[in-house]
Ligand binder design. Structure first.
Ligand code: ANZ
Length: 843
């Protein structure tokens, strides 16, 4: 028998797919389906995470295509970004060259996987065509007042004279120079995402096709807080405005704390101790999440405020490292009894801890090292006593407003999005600084502003800034001298609208063609890693809202259904010295692990595959041995797609065997001899059930369950062939249905077998098999088996299963068999889907 050679077969069909543009998006307008997986950063090679993401999407795209949908399944490249610049510095390769080379390699790897991508729609964010439109979107935002400049802190490397991204700061030092990183204020461009805070928050509710956990992460990130602002009068007659969400606790206030760069610090800005404190505090102020964990430090100022409701009560003013300048008003009153951070601070600086909320009315409580943060009733608070927390909030806000010392206020944790990057390999910001001080957007007709190719990466700092001529230009209207903006855009901007561009990637005049965008959008199924659950998705939602009116979008949310897939994991290996080792270099002998050169290796726990721990399996290596179908099959098979998957050698071998078995089954079918179409129809019903079940599984993203069912079904099919059950014509019909189904999962072997069976190459344009709804009204029935009216067993049967079939199943049950062996059957009473009563001659 011919052995299935995946490499030969897959090569053949890969060129067939490409030559015939099998997956090209059709033009006809029918029901549409836009299936999108997050586009990759072209880092060099695809990894197993990509394989999983894109295979999942591919199953859905194929399924919908076979179901008669007009499917858009595009792919592109998130091609700007820092690694290209680092590679340029380290390997002396220009970022363009490095990026294009990687794209070429990765594209051929994706094609080898047999993904049903319409490559005509490919976009790359570093193409002029793409970033020209992005620059025009920037100008649009500028005209709408949605983009503005303001001073903001950056990580500054004083030796390299450059701004560092957070991930380039390692233990407070620059990753390349090792210099201690400073906080420096630079004037930067910001997108006014906070204008949409409420809309972004509210429409989360409509996203019923999103995982709850992602919606919650977005909600927390936007962070709506309802509270109030209160002015406190200082002893030097200034006002410090604080923001609080718990004004009900005002009688428990024991200090004021302000951010290290709060304007009030001007009154002691030359105090040496304060300056020392400020430098230390600013070091990690950028990272909000560290605020509650870090040790709380305070600088006691010589000033105090008067408590607005307690006569003669003075509250000291501290500067503290746990207060953010750009949240609320950058100042708080501390109420240690009811806020953990305030309590830690108060214990450290020996400040008063006065409980003002108690779980029970008029009952004092003791606070030791844990603040009481739950609901309750107000105590020790004069006119607020005995009120519930909510009643007290309402009352105190009213009083504060009447006394004109504050207002109710809603604030958001979400901040405007800083989009300036002092980098070369990004989209140039199309802005000119004219010599008369005016800032003007580059006119549309002069776009794109392209990157210069002749750049010098040896000099420290931003290569665009250092370029001898690039930034010098003239104002196109007045002819005045002007300087170009040398910052480029954060690459998150590139990925905030690529899904819109895919709808009309070749459109020259506009970022998107109105008709196409309204036809395809929203994306029906978006698939990606949960690491993008916050920023990328929020920015994309913001872009969609901000562009909606101008471009006449008929949708407000870009992604109707979102799926976040789990990681691909593999055990880690280390030498005894602690060096990571690639799994492919590890041998297992006598219960121990060794490196090729016999050095002992220790096996660690399984973790998400990552280059840094070397626990990676290269898709190329695996494909070379087992073929793409086997990789696809395995990656779909093991776990539910939203959970992590454990990569294993035996798993991939099992998948490989399955592909082989499909091919062998195909050969057996071609040789099949029974032409008589008289047979038990139960088998055909099982095919209907299979079609229904697989359809359900794909719709519900239960690919692993679908795979398990397809394993079982192939065995069933082989049993049927073995026992010469079904007739040849029906067998081929069934096998064709099966091939259409598996073509969504493993296209290569499916196409090969299809060609063998039908002598045609038209599998991709077949229809997903229909199933007979009537026969599947209910999938399974419990049929009671009786002997002489006495219940002996319950048999799990399919709809309308025949008497013979139920009877033969009964004979396989031991106690029934034993009884029947001793007697003679006189009659059988059979009620379909319900009962089989076997009557014997025994009295
Ligand atoms: C007094 C108080 C008493 C507070 C109490 C809490 C509990 P969310 O809900 O997260 O918005 N806060 C206000 N501005 C701050 C800033 N710039 N940096 C650090 N903390 C700040 O938190 C609002 C609460 O966080 C505010 O309410 C304030 O502390 C603090 F029993 O005021 B509260």
């Amino acid at each position: 028998m011919e052995k299935y050679n995946p490499l030969v077969v897959e090569n053949k069909w890969q060129s067939f797919f490409e030559k015939n543009q099998i997956f090209k998006t059709k033009k006809n307008l029918g029901k549409k389906f836009y299936c999108l997986e997050m586009f990759p950063y072209p880092s060099g090679n695809i990894h197993m995470g990509h394989v999983r993401n894109y295979t999942l999407g591919d199953v859905i795209a194929n399924y919908k295509r076979l179901k008669g949908y007009n499917v858009l399944h595009p792919m592109g490249w998130d091609a700007f970004g820092l690694p290209a610049e680092n590679a340029a510095i380290q390997n002396k390769l220009h970022p363009v060259v490095w990026t294009k080379k990687n794209i070429a390699v990765m594209k051929s790897q994706l094609q080898r996987l047999g993904l049903s991508i319409d490559w005509d729609k490919e976009v790359s964010t570093c193409d002029e065509n793409y970033y020209k439109q992005q620059q025009s979107l920037f100008s649009f935002f500028f005209k709408k007042g949605l983009v503005y400049k303001k001073e903001s802190y950056v990580n500054w490397d004083p030796i390299d004279q450059t701004v560092l991204a957070n991930e380039q700061v390692i233990d407070g030092k620059g990753w390349r120079s090792g210099a201690i990183v400073e906080k420096k204020k630079l004037s930067q461009w910001f997108l006014n995402i906070t204008k949409y805070s409420d809309e972004l928050l509210e429409s989360l509710e409509n996203l019923t096709g999103w995982p709850e956990k992602v919606k919650l992460m977005q909600k927390n990130w936007i962070g709506k807080s309802i509270g109030c602002e209160i002015d406190f009068l200082t002893n030097n007659n200034e006002k410090i405005k604080i923001f609080t969400t718990r004004p009900d606790t005002i009688f428990g206030a024991s200090f004021i704390a302000i951010a290290p760069d709060h304007p009030f610090t001007q009154f002691f800005e030359s105090d040496g101790n304060f300056l020392k404190f400020k430098k230390e505090a600013l070091k990690n102020i950028a990272i909000e999440s560290s605020l509650s964990k870090n040790e709380k430090l305070g600088f006691k100022t010589p000033y105090f405020v008067h408590h607005p409701f307690i006569k003669d009560k003075k509250l000291p003013i501290y500067v503290s490292n746990f207060i953010l300048l750009d949240y609320g008003t950058g100042a708080i009153y501390g109420c240690p009894a009811h806020d953990q951070r305030d309590l830690e601070f108060a214990l450290k600086y020996k400040l008063e801890v006065l409980p003002v909320v108690s779980p029970n009315k008029s009952q004092d409580i003791k606070i030791k090292d844990e603040a009481y943060v739950d609901d309750g009733f107000i105590i020790n608070s004069d006119f607020l006593n005995d009120l519930s927390v909510n009643e007290a909030k309402r009352k105190i806000i009213k009083i504060v407003e009447d006394k004109k010392i504050g207002n109710s206020k809603t604030i958001y944790r979400l901040k405007d999005w800083g989009i300036s990057r002092q980098r070369y390999w990004g989209c140039p910001i199309p802005i000119l600084y004219r010599e008369d001080g005016k800032i003007i957007p580059v006119p549309e007709k002069d776009l794109p502003i392209t990157l210069p190719e002749d750049i010098d990466f040896n000099k420290p700092g931003n290569p665009l800034e250092n370029h001898p001529t690039w930034k010098y230009t003239k104002c196109p209207e007045t002819g005045m001298k002007a300087i170009r903006e040398t910052d480029t855009l954060d690459t998150f901007v590139d990925s905030s609208w690529y899904f819109l561009r895919f709808c009309s990637p070749k459109e020259q005049k506009l970022p998107f063609n109105e008709e196409n965008v309204n036809y395809w959008m929203p994306v029906d199924q978006y698939i990606g890693g949960v690491e993008h659950a916050i920023l990328h998705l929020l920015y994309s939602r913001f872009f969609t809202l901000a562009l909606k009116d101008e471009f006449k979008f008929k949708f407000s949310e870009p992604f109707q259904n979102l799926f976040t897939q789990g990681m691909v994991c593999h055990p880690t290996f280390k030498t005894e010295k602690g060096d990571w080792v690639f799994p492919k270099d590890v041998k297992f002998e006598d219960g121990k692990y060794f490196l090729n050169n016999k050095l002992k290796v220790l096996k660690g726990d399984s973790q998400a595959m990552s280059k840094s721990k070397k626990n990676i399996v290269d898709p190329d290596d695996i494909i070379k041995i087992y073929g793409s179908d086997a990789v696809r099959w395995f990656i779909l098979s093991d776990s539910p797609p939203d959970r992590d998957i454990q990569w294993s050698d035996s798993g991939i071998q099992g998948a490989y065997k399955y592909v082989q078995k499909i091919f062998r089954t195909c050969e057996k079918i071609l040789d099949y001899q029974k032409t008589n179409e008289n047979f038990d129809k139960n088998f055909l019903i099982k095919v209907d059930i299979l079609v229904k079940e697989i359809s359900d599984c794909v719709e519900k993203f239960q690919m692993n369950v679908a795979v398990a069912k397809l394993y079982t079904f192939l065995n069933l099919l082989n049993d049927e062939i073995e026992k010469l059950g079904v007739g040849k014509k029906s067998l081929i019909d069934v096998f064709k249905k099966y091939l259409i189904i598996i073509s969504a999962f493993i296209p290569y072997v499916a196409n090969e077998c299809w060609e063998k069976v039908t002598k045609k190459t038209d599998l991709a344009i077949q229809e997903w098999p229909k199933f007979d709804n009537e026969s599947l009204r209910k999938d399974e029935f419990n049929v009671v088996v009786q002997i002489n009216g006495k219940k002996r067993a319950i048999i799990n049967a399919i709809h309308n299963e025949t008497e013979e079939s139920i009877f033969s199943k009964s004979l396989a049950i031991k106690n029934i068999k034993v009884i029947l062996e001793k007697t003679t059957i006189t009659k059988k009473i059979f009620v379909k889907n319900k009962l089989l009563n076997i009557v014997t001659n025994e009295k």
